[in-house]
Design a binder for this molecule. Structure first.
Ligand code: ZN
Length: 135
C-alpha cells in the first residue's frame, strides 16, 4: 500500500516536470488577455475564464466575423473567376476573328499571285506566237 502510493506520487511529479519542460519560453511569457495570468493565451481552453459568458460571446463574435470574411473572400474569388471566364471568351472570339482575317488575306494574296502568273503566261504565249510569225 505504501509502495504504490509512493510510486503514484513520483509518477505525478514526473508528469508535472514533463509538462513544464514541454511549454516553450514564448508561451511562458504570454499573459492571458482574459484572466491576466502568465503562461497561456486567452484562447487556451485551460484558462479559468474560458467559459465565462463574455468570453464565449467574444469567441462566437470572432468566429462569425471569420465566417463572414471567408464568405466575402469566396464571393471575390467567384467574381474573379467569372471575369476570367469572360476574358477567355473574348480572347477566343478575337482569335477566331484574327484567324478569319489571316485566311482571307492569304486567299487574296494567292488569287493575286495566280492572276500574275496567268498574265505572265499570256505574255509568254503572245511572244511565242509573234516569234513564230516572224520566223
Ligand atoms: Zn487566462
Amino acid at each position: 500500500m505504501m509502495m504504490s502510493l509512493t510510486l503514484q506520487g513520483s509518477a505525478d511529479e514526473e508528469k508535472k516536470t514533463m509538462d513544464k519542460s514541454s511549454v516553450s519560453p514564448v508561451v511562458k511569457s504570454v499573459r492571458c488577455g482574459n484572466c491576466k495570468e502568465l503562461g497561456h493565451p486567452r484562447t487556451h481552453s485551460g484558462c479559468p475564464y474560458y467559459y465565462r459568458q463574455s468570453e464565449v460571446e467574444r469567441r462566437q463574435a470572432k468566429a462569425s466575423e471569420n465566417l463572414k470574411r471567408r464568405v466575402e473572400r469566396a464571393k471575390e474569388n467567384e467574381d474573379a473567376l467569372e471575369l476570367l471566364t469572360r476574358s477567355e471568351q473574348i480572347l477566343k472570339d478575337r482569335k477566331q476573328t484574327m484567324l478569319a482575317q489571316i485566311r482571307a488575306e492569304a486567299e487574296k494574296v494567292e488569287e493575286e499571285f495566280n492572276d500574275q502568273i496567268r498574265q505572265l503566261n499570256q505574255v509568254v504565249k503572245r511572244r511565242e506566237k509573234r516569234k513564230k510569225k516572224t520566223t
